[in-house]
Design a protein around this ligand. Structure first.
Ligand SMILES: [Zn+2]
Ligand SMILES: [Zn+2]
Length: 386
């Protein structure tokens, strides 16, 4: 992608990468929407679906009733306590005044007061009886409260046991649903990933490469990012195993590609220079020269010392002399930079030709390279397609 040298072409390529990214982002958005809507395929689970519905309802009603009764008993108990406290304080007060009065009477020893003693004693007894009744009422309410509370607890426990079973069943069912949903998603994303792998292997350099790359980005994102929130507990295994397989495939592909490249390069370096020049695209050659490497073998060469005319590694001619004015110029240039004369293909003398087999020792010494007749093939029609 970096082989484009023309400025506009560079920008076009950047724009096309942008197209790839935008295409990928829209695909990701669409895929995310579809994947997000998938759980609706499954109805949401509810606890009551896993319970004896009637029994549960009866128990819930019981609990509610008992709670209600408990509340009422609590209110009544507070009232009864208040009444009891009131009665007790009344008795207390009466007892105090009575004992004072008795003390006074003992001092005076007046017999005519005896009926009053009896009357007051009776009144005190009556108060005492009232207090006892209030206390009984308190005790009764205490009992009612306790009964209601225990009934509520018992019902709650029964309900809890019932629901426990329901929860267990629901959890099992939920795991099944999770698995199903995950499999739907896997069934959706895995083929995408496979298709992306195929596109990468076969179509990534086609004319429509921005769309191909957009799709590849999308598929990789969908599989490794969008699937994550929906992974069941063992889903990590699936993802990592697929990741390992994909990495292994990509790595194998890269290693084979490297070997193929080296093999190709070796073969190319064994060809006569004319043919090698023909195979080299003009833009490819210029791009490599701009990076300071030999266009033929891609090894580092000092291009600026003014004397190196041939690659010391592969023997390809790097500089020659203009046929018209004799100026030293790049052997890959189409025109002489000094006089503008076309680097006419001669094909006959080809001065820069290193011997076939690219043995540098067989090269003519630098600077002796005859002028004129630069090697042909410097202007291949085949654009950079390496
Ligand atoms: Zn070289
Ligand atoms: Zn010239």
């Amino acid at each position: 992608m970096s082989k484009a040298l023309r400025l506009s072409e560079k920008w076009f390529r950047r724009g096309l990468w942008l197209v790839a990214l935008v295409f990928a982002s829209f695909l990701i958005g669409l895929g995310g929407t579809i994947v997000g809507d998938l759980p609706k395929v499954e109805a949401p689970l509810q606890l009551d679906d896993f319970l004896d519905r009637n029994a549960a309802q009866a128990l819930r009603a019981q609990v509610k009733e008992a709670r209600q009764a408990e509340q009422e008993a609590q209110t009544a108990l507070e009232q009864a306590r208040l009444q009891h406290a009131k009665a007790r304080s009344e008795t207390q007060a009466e007892r105090e005044t009575f004992s004072n009065w008795l003390a006074a009477r003992r001092a005076t020893q007046r017999a005519e007061h005896d009926p009053e003693v009896i009357a007051r004693t009776q009144a005190l007894d009556a108060l005492k009886a009232q207090e006892r009744r209030a206390q009984q009422a308190v005790q009764a309410q205490d009992q009612a409260l306790l009964d209601a509370r225990q009934a509520a607890q018992a019902a709650q426990q029964r309900l809890g046991r019932l629901e426990q079973g329901g929860y267990e069943k629901m959890a099992a069912e939920r795991r099944k649903v999770e698995l199903r949903v995950f499999l739907y998603r896997l069934a959706l994303t895995l083929p995408l990933l496979v298709a992306a792998g195929w596109l990468f292997a076969k179509k990534r350099k086609s004319t429509w490469w921005p769309f191909v790359w957009g799709f590849i980005f999308f598929a990789v994102f969908a599989f490794f990012v969008e699937l994550v929130p929906y992974l069941p507990s063992y889903g990590g295994y699936v993802r990592y195993v697929v990741g390992i397989v994909v990495t292994a495939l990509v790595g194998r592909y890269a290693i084979l590609a490297l070997n193929r490249y080296l093999e190709r390069q070796k073969q190319a370096e064994a060809l006569p220079e004319q043919e090698r020049r023909k195979e080299l695209g003009y833009d490819v050659a210029l791009a490599r020269l701009a990076k300071g490497v030999c266009p033929g073998c891609e090894r580092l060469v000092d291009l600026k010392d003014g004397v190196t005319d041939y690659c010391p590694h592969c023997g390809i001619g790097l500089f020659d002399r203009c046929g018209a004015c004799g100026t030293r110029k790049s052997a890959f240039a189409r025109f002489c930079h000094a006089c503008g004369a076309g680097a006419a293909p001669s094909g006959t003398a080809s001065p820069g030709v290193a011997p076939a087999g690219a043995v540098p020792s067989g090269m003519p010494p630098a600077g002796v390279a005859p002028t004129g007749t630069p090697p042909q093939g410097a202007m291949p029609g085949a654009a950079g397609n390496r």
